[in-house]
Design a protein around this ligand. Structure first.
Ligand code: HEC
Ligand code: HEC
Ligand code: HEC
Ligand code: HEC
Ligand code: HEC
Ligand code: HEC
Ligand code: HEC
Length: 365
């Protein structure tokens, strides 16, 4: 049937029913469907040509994953190494500071429950602890994992990266004595903390660049690959402990690179211009103290401003005090004795209750 185009008929309905238009819509619908339901990376034949059989072989043995190589990591390195066709994770594991996957991944047991409740199980990290290759997607390397929020609360699906870390870095029964329960550092009941698990406490953080006091940050903003052009993730770094940027934690001269980690989010000029603490420059530049002598990079249980003095440098003063009091913003009073570069700096109140450092009153403090 041929229809005369009636001039009274509006243009749009005609265009909508045209076969070319419908074809285009169908094409777009299929395309968006294909994109939003993109197959997980490793189940997509353009990435893994051989499909399941690139990683699995045989007809099945009860209780095994029938993997084509012994131990998950060798399987992964078929592609994720210098000679493979995917991002080179192997080389990351040869750096100074790593998740010691090469040495400990054989202790991973399929189906294990984390955090570990058996104190005798060997402590480990394997690729399979942090990735689910059947589910992960581009830029969603942690998709399909279970996590832990601390305090007995498990999550079936990871929402924040710290939930992955807490699987091993919180109250695991097999955690060695030298590594701490990181969930205590970030607990909402602490006096201060970097905003990883909860929003930060302090509305006045003038040094922040790109971020604001209401921003949240991640463990992997600080812990990860030192090489920004290499594969992302906390696999290996030349800076201990697995830091993305350099951070000198012992006393020494200030430079942009010595505190690069902090300066990646906090403007160096703001810190050294004393926008918050009125004696930042005096301590950092003139007395050559690292941020780490005063600040904890995670959180502080009892003090505001992440103040947690370095026990190798800070001792009780002659009155037996080690404390931090910040009644006046920017001009806090510290009661302590600081042993630094061969000298002692005694901070205390004198008999007239004036605030002094080595018996000299601190002006306008
Ligand atoms: C990139 C490698 C890789 C590919 C491709 C892959 N798998 Fe797996 N598969 C694994 C690994 C690794 C495990 C063991 C996971 C663990 O131990 O936690 C596993 C475990 C399994 C298991 C055991 C149960 C489970 O979920 O842990 C089954 C079943 C399975 N895979 C089926 C498949 C099928 C079917 C395909 C193809 C559609 C496939 N796999 C593709 C790596 C792969
Ligand atoms: C047959 C090759 C092959 C094997 C084997 C393989 N991968 Fe991959 N993987 C890829 C490709 C290709 C990509 C996408 C490009 C890239 O990241 O290099 C990828 C990406 C990833 C990503 C990034 C997130 C994503 O899903 O895109 C993770 C995480 C990952 N692989 C983990 C693993 C782990 C863990 C194993 C071992 C259990 C493994 N892969 C084994 C080929 C492989
Ligand atoms: C499957 C367990 C596991 C998971 C998950 C895990 N780690 Fe670890 N991590 C370890 C082990 C084991 C060590 C070695 C020290 C120890 O036993 O505590 C370690 C050490 C570290 C170190 C110290 C490295 C050094 O050179 O001293 C950092 C930093 C670290 N992990 C950060 C993280 C972060 C961030 C996450 C989450 C993205 C994470 N870890 C997730 C097991 C894990
Ligand atoms: C990934 C970004 C990032 C990095 C890296 C970073 N910070 Fe922060 N920091 C923040 C954010 C966001 C806040 C704001 C939190 C708030 O408002 O309480 C903050 C707040 C602070 C505060 C004020 C906290 C309070 O409660 O008063 C101090 C002190 C601090 N950072 C010190 C450091 C030091 C020292 C380093 C280096 C070891 C560092 N930061 C590295 C993002 C970062
Ligand atoms: C603002 C940067 C920053 C953030 C965010 C951060 N870390 Fe750290 N982390 C550091 C620095 C610096 C050190 C080394 C100094 C120290 O021990 O305080 C460290 C030390 C560690 C260590 C080794 C020392 C120990 O006590 O065992 C582990 C493990 C660790 N962090 C895990 C985590 C986890 C898990 C998260 C997230 C819940 C996290 N970190 C968030 C900067 C950060
Ligand atoms: C302790 C946990 C942990 C372990 C163990 C681990 N990864 Fe990762 N990996 C991560 C995290 C977290 C990311 C995501 C980083 C991001 O998105 O910034 C990641 C990212 C990746 C990526 C994507 C890199 C990119 O540039 O996008 C690949 C590929 C990968 N991991 C492979 C592996 C392989 C292979 C192993 C074992 C040799 C392994 N991972 C072991 C935590 C881990
Ligand atoms: C002598 C101890 C000391 C040293 C060293 C020190 N700080 Fe502070 N910092 C403080 C005190 C005290 C405050 C809180 C002042 C107030 O609000 O009353 C503070 C506040 C901050 C704040 C929050 C407010 C703001 O400026 O945005 C940041 C961020 C910060 N310091 C970063 C650093 C960095 C980075 C370094 C190393 C380069 C460093 N600090 C070295 C004592 C110190």
């Amino acid at each position: 049937m041929k229809r005369d185009p009636s001039p009274a008929m509006p243009e749009r309905p005609r265009a909508l029913t045209s076969p070319v238009f419908l074809g285009a819509v169908l094409f777009l619908l299929l395309l968006t469907a294909a994109v939003s339901h993109a197959a997980p990376t490793h189940l997509n034949r353009t990435n893994v040509k051989g499909g399941c059989s690139e990683c699995h072989k045989g007809h099945g043995k009860k209780g095994t994953s029938m993997l084509a190589a012994s131990g998950g990591k060798e399987l992964c390195f078929r592609c994720h190494s210098q000679f493979g066709r995917a991002s080179d994770i192997y080389s990351q594991l040869l750096k100074l500071s790593t998740h010691r996957i090469l040495e400990t991944s054989m202790y991973h047991v399929k189906g294990e429950q984390l955090p570990e409740t058996d104190g005798f199980k060997p402590r480990h990290a394997s690729c399979d602890d942090c990735h689910n290759v059947h589910v992960s997607e581009k830029n969603e390397g942690l998709k399909g994992l279970r996590g832990y929020r601390g305090g007995g609360l498990k999550s079936r699906k990871i929402e924040y990266d710290y939930e992955l870390c807490y699987n091993c870095h919180s109250d695991s029964a097999n955690r060695p004595s030298q590594s701490t329960d990181i969930s205590l550092d970030f607990a909402a009941s602490n006096a201060s903390f970097h905003p990883v698990v909860s929003f930060g406490r302090n509305a006045f953080v003038p040094s922040l660049r790109k971020l604001s006091p209401s921003s949240m940050i991640k463990c992997i903003d600080c812990h990860g690959n030192d090489d920004p052009s290499g594969p992302k993730g906390p696999h290996g770094s030349i800076y201990k402990p697995l830091l993305k940027y350099r951070y000198v934690q012992t006393p020494g001269p200030e430079s942009p690179s010595s505190y690069d980690l902090c300066y990646s989010c906090h403007e160096r000029s703001s810190i050294l211009d004393d926008e918050s603490f009125k004696a930042h420059k005096a301590h950092i530049v003139f007395n050559r103290i690292s941020c780490a002598q005063c600040h904890d990079s995670h959180g502080s249980r009892f003090n505001s401003s992440l103040i947690n003095f370095d026990v190798n440098t800070v001792f009780p003063n002659s009155l037996g005090q080690v404390s931090f009091q910040n009644a006046v913003r920017g001009k806090p009073r510290c009661y302590l004795s600081c042993h630094l570069n061969g000298r002692i700096y005694e901070h205390k109140l004198d008999q007239k209750l004036a605030y002094t450092v080595n018996s000299k009153t601190v002006p306008q403090w």
